[in-house]
Design a protein around this ligand. Structure first.
Ligand SMILES: C[S@@+](CC[C@H](N)C(=O)[O-])C[C@H]1O[C@@H](n2cnc3c(N)ncnc32)[C@H](O)[C@@H]1O
Length: 238
């Protein structure tokens, strides 16, 4: 998982997804494929496509371990220009920066979504009023990120109805951030091929820890929402 969402919460959120039998699922910015692999494991009739700029090592192995290899296709591609027909479910968790933010992500999800389909959206919001330290650490302006009501307003303005949702706990954030920096530190100390590589990886890990702990910890929130496309209902209204 490359987002601050615990495994149990992933299952809980996906329990609210109800694609039709034989449905298709698209994951934009799939990373390690956690969402798609889980959904295809639970629903053996679904097929899926996962798109990411860089597909991580271990993805093929995880796919084999889950026994879903004949139903999923991983594509190394830029999700912003990707085309591949319509899907019953579009997942985009933690990748909204690729689409220029929330509005662009909702537009991209709609572009790939069958009318009446569902979206799993995971994005950031201000948990508290943004501090100068948080703005500096994230290199954003206060208006670049909504608060939680603002996030839901944007979702509704894009003709989606928010269904189930989960707001990441500090423990989920901590787990995500510690894992991220620990991975870098382990690689630096055990596997870096040169001293320069080791120092560079350690520098990145230290800077990231500083930005998190002294910057946005407890200030930046993360919400994962199940969204329902409302356009078919709107089109049938007189
Ligand atoms: C924070 S990770 C989230 C991964 C995954 N959705 C999850 O929840 O575990 C963001 C992912 O978006 C991918 N990404 C960023 N820009 C992208 C782009 N333009 N096209 C495709 N993937 C992109 C990154 O490579 C990374 O794997």
């Amino acid at each position: 998982m490359a987002a601050p969402v615990g495994v149990g919460r992933v299952r809980e959120l996906l329990g609210w997804i109800a694609p039709p039998a034989g449905g298709r699922v698209l994951d934009l910015g799939c990373g390690y494929g956690a969402w798609l692999l889980e959904l295809l494991t639970v629903r053996e009739d679904l097929t899926g496509v996962g798109i990411d700029l860089s597909l991580p090592d271990g993805l093929e192995r995880a796919t084999r371990d889950r026994g879903v290899g004949d139903r999923v296709r991983w594509e190394q591609a830029d999700a912003t220009g990707w085309e591949g027909g319509l899907f019953d479910v579009v997942v985009c968790v933690g990748a909204s920066h690729a689409f220029g933010g929330l509005a662009g992500t909702l537009a991209a999800a709609r572009q790939h979504l069958r009318p009446g389909g569902q979206v799993v959206l995971g994005d950031t919001f201000w948990e508290t009023r943004p501090t100068l330290e948080a703005l500096s650490a994230l290199d954003v302006a206060a208006d670049d990120v909504p608060d939680l009501p603002g996030l839901l307003t944007q979702v509704e303005q894009a003709s989606f109805e928010p269904g189930y949702g989960h707001v990441s706990t500090v423990a989920e954030w901590d787990d995500y951030e510690w894992s991220w920096t620990a991975f870098l530190v382990d690689w630096a100390l055990r596997e870096a091929p040169t001293d320069a590589d080791r120092e560079q990886a350690l520098a990145v890990a230290r800077e990231h820890r500083q930005q998190w702990l002294s910057g946005y910890r407890g200030v930046l929130g993360f919400a994962t929402l199940v969204l329902h496309d409302l356009t078919p209902l709107q089109e049938t209204r007189p």
